[in-house]
Structure formats: C-alpha cells, structure tokens
Design a protein around this ligand. Structure first.
Ligand code: SF4
Ligand code: SF4
Length: 239
C-alpha cells in the first residue's frame, strides 16, 4: 500500500527539521533550501539538499499533488514556512471528549492536500506583499539574507499557540491600511479550514514562531498580553 499524503508530509517535515539542525547560519540555509538561495546553485549539490528534495518529490508524487507542484515547492522550501505548526494542527489527529479524527484515513488525504495547498498559496501571497511593504514586515524576516536573532528576555516564548486561531478581526492600527485581500486572510474566510493564522511564520532553524506583520498587526492581536497568554496556555492546546 502506498503511503498516505499525511505520512509523506510528516517525512518531509522531519527531514526539514534535521537539515535546519545541521545549518549553523544563513549561508547554510541558503545552500540547503534552494528557494532561499539567491546567488548560486551549488547548494543543490549538497547531500542535505538532496535529502530534502527527495522528501519533497515523494510528497509531490502523491496522486493529485502534482497539480499544485509549483506552489507547494515554493512554500515548503521557504525557510519561514511554518511547517512544524502545520504538522501540529492540520495534520494532527483530533481528539475530543466524544470524538476522534484519524488524519490517516484515506478519504481525508485529499482534504489535507487541499488545506496544505491553500495555506501555501496564502503564505506565498503574504511573503510577496511584505517584500512590497517592508515597513509592515517583522524585523525577523531578513531583508538582507542575514539571520536575525530571535529576541530574548521577553515574556512571550514565541510558541505561536495564540495564533492557532480561525480568524481575527482585521482592524489595523491607526494610520495603517491593509491590502484589501488581507481582510479574508486575517478573518479566516479565505481558507476552507483555517487552524492557524496564515500570517504566522516560523523562525528558520528554531522552534519559535512570530507574527510576520508584527509592526502593523491587528488591534486585537496588539492587545493580547501576558495574562491572556497565561489563560490561553492554561486552557490547553487545541491539538
Ligand atoms: S503570547 Fe503566549 S501563547 Fe502567544 S506566542 Fe507568546 S508565549 Fe505563546
Ligand atoms: S495577525 Fe499576527 S499576531 Fe495576529 S493572529 Fe495572525 S500571526 Fe498572530
């Protein structure tokens, strides 16, 4: 029996994690992640990249995935793509008080592909928007291809849990106007199954997640404080 789409995605994320662990700096990421690489193709020849591309190719060979090959390739090879968070949400089994959803069930695999593809499309759109609007972008997104260290000594651990949400009111801070298509992305009406905010990015090579539009994030997100964080974490994780 051929592996499920879920198993292939989990394999890809595991390889991605190993490669991040092996990369010591941004030049390592650039070599291992072809999409991040701007100056040379030598990195594609490294063993690290080969493993990654093989895992990606196995994923893209799943029936139906080839139609979305370009989108999935670009997004999944982007160092800021929140692959670990997607593994823990969309691709995670769901256990409730009276129900259990096994994400390995064959009929769920096309849904997982749809959800991943939609998220990847949204992620790439936001990446492009933030290139055009650099003042909107978190400083953790490197404009100069250098790694920017995650901040330390703050109460927020950057776990990303508070951004595992189906939507947030798209109210910008005073003086800011969002691109019109951000409303649906923020409010959760664009994706069929929004389990985490598509503006949440992963810091390359770390377990940290951050808001990609931190300087202009919506007013309700700006008001989320340490007490809200404690309450959110006390109430347990969704998955
Ligand atoms: S505010 Fe709390 S839940 Fe949100 S990322 Fe920070 S530590 Fe995690
Ligand atoms: S806009 Fe930023 S802070 Fe608000 S939910 Fe999305 S990622 Fe989190």
């Amino acid at each position: 029996m051929s592996p499920s789409f879920r198993h292939l995605f989990l394999d890809f994320v595991a390889v991605r994690r190993q490669i991040f662990a092996a990369c010591k700096d941004w030049s390592g990421f650039s070599s291992a992640f072809p999409h991040a690489q701007k100056t040379s193709s030598q990195g594609l020849e490294t063993g690290l990249s080969k493993d990654l591309l093989q895992a990606l190719n196995r994923l893209l060979q799943w029936p139906g995935a080839s139609a979305d090959k370009v989108t999935l390739t670009q997004a999944l090879l982007d160092p800021y793509f929140p692959a670990e968070m997607i593994r823990g949400t969309i691709f995670s089994h769901v256990t409730g008080m009276r129900f259990y959803i096994d994400k390995n069930r064959p009929e769920i695999q096309p849904v997982l592909l749809r959800d991943l593809t939609q998220f990847a499309e949204a992620f790439l759109e936001i990446r492009k928007d933030l290139t055009r609007l650099p003042s909107f972008a978190s400083r953790l997104i490197s404009p100069d291809d250098q790694m920017h260290p995650v901040p330390s000594g703050q109460w927020c651990r950057m776990c990303g849990t508070c951004c595992e949400i189906g939507g947030v009111p798209a109210v910008p801070p005073p003086g800011v106007t969002y691109p019109s298509h951000w409303r649906a992305l923020l409010e959760g009406t664009r994706l069929d199954n929004q389990q985490l905010c598509p503006f949440l990015f992963q810091s390359p090579g770390t377990k940290h997640h951050f808001c990609s539009i931190h300087p202009v994030k919506p007013v309700p997100c700006q008001g989320f404080d340490a007490e809200d964080c404690r309450a959110r974490c006390r109430n347990g994780f969704l998955h």
